[in-house]
Design a protein around this ligand. Structure first.
Ligand code: C2G
Length: 717
């Protein structure tokens, strides 16, 4: 007999999570436990690898036969458990090495029926570093071993990270209710808390609850049943509530129903269920059970609404609730005017007729006039000006670029008007999440680079500022009618990594047309003289990308320049001149004090394609810029001082840096200097690679992409 049985229900789609769970269970400081895994289908074979592993704990894999669902699976686990205590661990979650140890420590001096541990949300697998271990050890050593009685706020719904005494559950006939699909934990937990002689809380035994970053392919139970959550809640509450015996626990649960769930689902209750009388009745029945004591402590507005509803006046209750919601929305609108504009856009502007000749363009979130949207704009402007109205979006007022006919400020009211009424929308990035394409609108997504770093559904963990990246990306890209691809390699990746199944436009990148312009030499001269670039020196463009994990907030990333400009100037100043160009996400300004005669800061220059034209050499790291620059067949160097981190932790690459990148990877300033000093010799081994690379990734670029795409999507549609 074991002291603890760890019970993990797992669905087919989630089997891949168990590997990490196995790892952490193997590292537990406490080892007197067994692991019972309950599957809900015939995929036990997928788990055989676990039984074959060398574990010093016992693993039992059971296929759930009787009742389906998580509740049924957990009941099967309870029946199979031989442990004195049961511990439920969801298949996608993790614990620390010390979690079971700390929980079990509470069983030394007494025999509580229930011991609860805290939960912490995580969006990716934590790095169990040395520092982390030291910290945890210190924490464990400083435990004063005083057991704490659980407080009301610690009585939670989720049954995970709790030790339940098995004999106590049996004596009280407490099992999971298999008629509940989503909330079977509520009656289970609350009956346990209610009947237990003692419920302890252990603050150190952390449970790491994964917020799933891929809710599209691997949704959690709640993520895949979002719409049903508010249907089942009143049923689960009622089942739990009717079984409670102590006033203390009744009060805790009643308060939860009102302060957490009534507020959360208020719109559903009054709008969604106005036609579905059964669910509405369930809510009324549940709310009728709430004791006065709990109501007294809630907000007056909610109290009045609930009273009105339970007295049989749903229409009046709805009016009161909606008025309350509107008043609070107005307050939000005053604090966040953009929300108000979005509201006007959705409720009013999208009802206006579509203008079939209007095209709205945006590049890099309105930062500049650039990239593929610029060249489509230009093509329309030069060839079909009289038939179409071109509108360009800028995030800041621009008084230059007067040749652009119509400029609008991003998120200004005119922007919303054009967004609602333009038939064509051209963008090189993702549109805002609140945007939904109207019937009749055509969305042309040009994208902004051939991928080197792994994208969306090809990424494992998400390290960027937005943990909902995958879900948002998926929903946004459903609105794209066309997606531009510059090579066959990109097409394959977009299909897989974006789950994109609308039309791909395989004509090359409009933004690269300029690199094939017959006048490119004279364009280059003009740009050089406009920027004051010396004509007697070779020009190096340094264009690095951003790092997912170095940010201030979404869209605003940090960048520390690792190139030693002063040294470069000293060593290379006679022969070379540098243009620095940070990625559009970078919020930090580069310091070029003291090297102004050696460096031009091109970070705010509109169009990087013009900078390619005037550069003899490109230095980048993991940016897609080199796929475009390769069109010019000029040398490319990679300054990859953080290669391992970027490759192994942050993103991973589609191409192998040793065999497929068309240039050397340089890790230090010394290597950069040496390579530039001896460029002919150092780059010679890569000339052939560059040629092959050009053939593979630049073959569709021929100077006609803007024309082909504009004609197909806009002119001939
Ligand atoms: N860019 C730039 N200056 C830089 C880096 C990038 O002007 N210093 C522009 C280039 O047009 C580049 C594009 O931004 O092609 C995309 O930048 P990446 O560094 O490749 O990074 P990201 O925005 O993450 O896009 O499929 C491509 C990927 O999505 C990469």
């Amino acid at each position: 007999m074991f002291q603890v049985s760890v019970i993990t229900p797992v669905a087919k789609n989630d089997v891949h999570f168990l590997e990490e769970q196995f790892e952490i269970l193997s590292k537990q400081l406490f080892s007197n436990f067994e692991w019972i895994i309950i599957t809900d289908g015939e995929f036990n074979d997928d788990l055989n690898y676990l039984s074959n592993k060398n574990a010093d704990f016992f693993i039992t894999i059971i296929q759930n036969q009787n009742e389906a669902g998580v509740a049924g699976a957990k009941n099967t686990g309870i029946n199979a458990a031989t442990g004195e205590y049961l511990y439920f661990l969801d298949s996608d979650d993790l614990i620390t090495e010390y979690t079971l140890f700390c929980l079990v420590e509470n069983l030394k001096s007494e025999i509580p029926d229930v011991v609860i541990g805290p939960q912490k949300k995580i969006t990716k697998k934590p790095a169990f570093s040395d520092a982390y271990h030291t910290l945890l050890k210190r924490l464990i050593n400083s435990r004063n071993n005083k057991t704490l009685e659980a407080k009301p706020k610690q009585y939670r719904n989720s049954s995970t990270n709790i030790l339940f005494k098995k004999s106590f559950l049996e004596e009280n006939y407490i099992i999971f209710d298999p008629t509940l699909k989503l909330y079977s934990d509520i009656p289970f937990n609350f009956q346990s808390f209610d009947r237990a002689d003692k419920v302890l809380f252990d603050p150190d035994s952390y449970y790491l609850k994964r917020v799933r970053s891929d809710s599209i392919r691997y949704p959690s139970l709640y993520q895949s049943n979002k719409d049903e959550l508010s249907d089942e809640l009143p049923l689960a509450y009622k089942k739990a509530r009717e079984k409670l015996t102590t006033d203390k626990m009744k009060l805790v649960l009643d308060k939860k129903l009102i302060n957490a769930y009534y507020y959360k689902y208020v719109r559903d209750i009054y709008l969604k269920y106005q036609k579905n009388t059964v669910v509405m009745k369930n809510w009324v029945n549940a709310l009728k059970l709430v004791e006065k004591e709990a109501l007294k402590k809630s907000k007056l507005s909610a109290r009045l609404e609930i009273k009105t509803l339970t007295m049989g006046m749903p229409k009046l209750a709805k009016l009161m609730a909606m008025t309350r919601i509107t008043v609070s929305s107005v307050k939000t609108f005053r604090k966040k005017p953009r929300k108000f504009k979005v509201f006007v856009y959705k409720s009013l502007l999208t009802k206006l007729p579509l203008k079939k000749n209007k095209i709205l363009y945006e590049s890099f979130l309105g930062r500049n006039y650039s990239d593929s949207p610029k060249y489509i704009y230009k093509y329309i402007d030069e060839n079909h000006k009289q038939d179409y109205k071109n509108v360009w979006i800028f995030s800041d007022e621009r008084n230059d670029l007067n040749h652009l006919n119509h400029k609008v400020k991003r998120f200004g009211i005119k922007y919303f008007y054009h967004l609602a009424t333009s038939k064509y929308i051209v963008n090189n990035m993702r549109q805002p999440v609140w945007f939904h394409k109207r019937e009749g609108q055509v969305f042309l997504e040009t994208w902004h680079g051939t991928p080197l770093k792994k994208l969306v559904f090809d990424m494992e963990d998400v390290h960027s500022a937005n943990p909902n990246y995958k879900r948002d990306f998926y929903l946004q890209s459903r609105d794209w009618d066309y997606l531009v691809s510059a090579n066959k390699y990109s097409s394959d990746i977009f299909r897989r990594a974006f789950l994109f199944d609308n039309e791909l436009l395989e004509y090359g990148y409009p933004r690269n047309d300029i690199l094939y312009n017959p006048d490119k030499d004279s364009i280059s001269e003009k740009v050089k003289s406009k920027l004051g670039i010396p004509l007697n020196r070779k020009v190096v463009l340094y264009a690095p990308t951003w790092r997912d994990d170095e940010y201030y907030k979404p869209g605003q990333y940090k960048f520390k320049l690792e190139l030693d400009l002063k040294r470069l100037k000293k060593e290379l100043g006679n022969e070379y001149y540098f243009i620095l160009r940070t990625h559009y996400f970078i919020a930090d300004n580069l310091d070029i004090d003291g090297v102004e005669d050696f460096v031009y800061n091109g970070s705010h220059y509109d169009d990087i394609a013009e900078l390619y034209l005037i550069s003899d050499i490109l230095i980048t790291d993991y940016s897609s810029v080199f796929f475009d620059f390769a069109n010019l067949k000029r040398p490319i160097l990679f300054f990859t001082y953080d290669l391992d981190k970027y490759k192994d932790t942050l993103r991973g690459f589609y191409l192998d840096h040793e065999t497929e990148w068309p240039g050397p990877t340089l890790l230090t300033n010394d290597q950069v200097i040496n390579t530039l000093k001896n460029l002919e010799i150092e780059y010679a081994p890569y000339m052939k690679k560059l040629e092959t690379f050009h053939g593979e990734y630049c073959e569709w670029d021929n100077g006609l992409a803007s024309k082909n795409i504009a004609e197909k999507v806009i002119i001939r549609s």
